[in-house]
Design a protein around this ligand. Structure first.
Ligand code: ZN
Length: 179
């Protein structure tokens, strides 16, 4: 296994539309293992392949308290969305920024698991937020896209300045895990 490096906004590779995987191969399993290791090390509760510069539709999530229940979704799709919910989100690709985002409260998801077996399930709460956030990544979308233009520009300038100055941002907030 290997730690992968996580791309930071405004890296243009975060805007690439990821491609569906025709099959789950040994290479896919290697990618999944590396993504899980990278997510836990960050630390984060979700990671999309797009965030590590791989344009494949693969996400990993772990919203369990002890970070011991990894979930792997390949080619994930949202079949249904119900209700709305606002939750504060953070993103490993936008370090140190935490903002409220409105998303669907309940979702129905279809995906393949890490063995290539089809899954279909309902999700709500943090898991639903996490899956929606990660599928956005696969579509080249970031949570800052839901904020005002002004706010997004300010975040971008701040991150670029810190990058120039070689400063490392705290990756997690006190209460909000990053995804
Ligand atoms: Zn994210």
């Amino acid at each position: 296994m290997a730690l992968l490096s996580i791309l930071h906004f405004p890296d243009p590779r975060l805007r690439i539309q990821a491609k569906p995987l025709p099959a789950v191969t040994a290479e896919t399993r290697r990618l999944v293992a590396d993504m899980l290791e990278t997510m836990y090390a960050a630390p984060g509760i979700g990671l999309a392949a797009t965030q590590v510069g791989v344009d494949k539709r693969v996400i990993v999530v772990d919203v369990s308290e002890n970070q011991d229940q990894p979930r792997v979704y390949i080619n994930p799709q949202i079949l249904r969305r119900d209700g709305t919910e606002r939750m504060q989100e953070g993103c490993l690709s936008v370090p140190g920024v935490f903002e409220e985002v409105e998303r669907a409260e309940h979702i129905r998801v279809r995906a393949l698991d890490r063995d290539g077996e089809p899954l279909e399930f309902d999700a709500d709460g943090l898991l639903a937020v996490c899956i929606q956030h990660e599928i956005d990544h696969l579509d080249g979308k970031l949570f800052v896209d839901y904020l005002s233009e002004l706010k997004r520009r300010r975040i971008r300038k701040q991150l670029e300045k810190e990058l120039r100055e070689g400063r490392e941002r705290p990756r997690t907030g006190a209460a909000t895990p990053s995804i």
